[in-house]
Design a protein around this ligand. Structure first.
Ligand code: CU
Length: 324
């Protein structure tokens, strides 16, 4: 027997073995036990001593996305990008459909066929951009400001599926060079960016829908000239600290009419999948320019414990500025 055939048989045997194990597990482990185990496993980071955290809510939250290179059969290819910080180049990737062919049909969502979110593992360097598609490959000019380990999220609705699927795939990209990760950021409800002061009110709740409101001011005055950006008054990306799980955040209220302005408040609704800390990034547009305001929130509105002992490896505390 030649080697490929033998490997094929081996794979088939393994598949049968796993199928058997899965069925057995499904038969003998009650679903409630599985759920309980998942509950135990979820909030492993950020030990909060002041609450028992026995209540994880009803788990009505949408599933966390963006933790894998594959979802619903759609597969994110390897990402090519400059290998070192400060090098001008191109970031490029492709997506494969469930049938193994290149996915070349996308359904527009928020005025774009694909949204690309890039952030370093410590939450710095956030960028939300829109690459060009040539029928096979997505690409855009790219350079990394800082070295480090980055997560690249591709968020899109496949155009070849019968139903509307919200797909978020992610990969890790290593950028060579010396770097000092940011120490774990404290809860942050105000952000100053490009001359704007943005304040966030409201609390995230595990397993329950919560409203978050941001208010934009400039020189102490409320900004009422917010412009529609990608069909909404603002876009909020929320990532779970610890695994950078990607949450969908829905703007509340009516979509803006083209040419209209609003402000100073924008309200969003979202459900945190678990207790813990979340990194939030608001994109908003004024005078034709998009600005990004970063925030950090704990579920339940808990204020930061301010204990260094929570960080096992003792980051050196270097402050990295948030991304552009
Ligand atoms: Cu986008």
């Amino acid at each position: 027997m030649n080697t490929p055939a033998r490997l094929g048989l081996y794979a088939a045997g393994l598949a049968a073995l796993f199928a058997g194990a899965y069925l057995v597990a499904g038969a003998v482990v009650p679903a409630s036990t599985v759920e309980a185990r998942q509950d135990e496993a979820a909030p492993e980071h950020d030990m909060d001593m002041e609450t028992g955290m026995e209540d994880h809510g009803g788990h009505e939250a949408e599933p966390v996305r963006g933790l894998a290179i594959e979802q619903d059969g759609y597969l994110l290819s390897e990402i090519s990008a400059p290998a070192t910080a400060g090098t001008e180049g191109v970031l490029a990737f492709g997506v494969t459909a469930p049938d193994g062919t290149v996915l070349d049909r996308y359904a527009e969502s928020h005025e774009k066929d694909l949204h690309l979110v890039v952030v370093r593992a410590d939450g710095t360097g956030f960028r939300h951009v829109h690459p060009e598609f040539d029928g096979e490959t997505w690409s855009l000019p790219w350079s990394w400001e800082q070295p480090g380990t980055y997560r690249v999220f591709a968020d899109f609705v496949p155009g070849d599926a019968e139903e509307t699927l919200d797909v978020t795939l992610s990969r890790t990209v290593e950028v060579a060079g010396d770097y000092a990760p940011r120490a774990e950021p404290p809860v942050t409800r105000t952000a100053s960016v490009d001359g704007f002061d943005v304040t966030l009110t409201g609390d995230l709740a595990a397993g329950a829908a919560a409203e978050l409101t941001v208010e934009v001011a400039r020189d102490g005055e409320p900004v009422t000239a917010l412009e529609p950006y990608l069909g909404a008054w603002g876009h909020l990306v929320a990532l779970r600290e610890g695994d950078l799980g990607y949450l969908h955040v829905h703007p509340e209220g009516d979509d803006p009419e083209p040419g209209a302005t609003a402000g100073p408040a924008i309200t969003f609704a979202t459900t945190a999948p678990t207790e813990g800390r979340y990194l939030l990034y608001l994109d908003f547009q004024v005078d034709g320019r998009v600005h990004t305001a970063p925030f950090v929130l704990d579920t339940g509105g808990a204020e930061p414990a301010a204990t260094e002992s929570a960080t096992p490896h003792g980051h050196d505390g270097t402050e990295s500025p948030h991304g552009d």
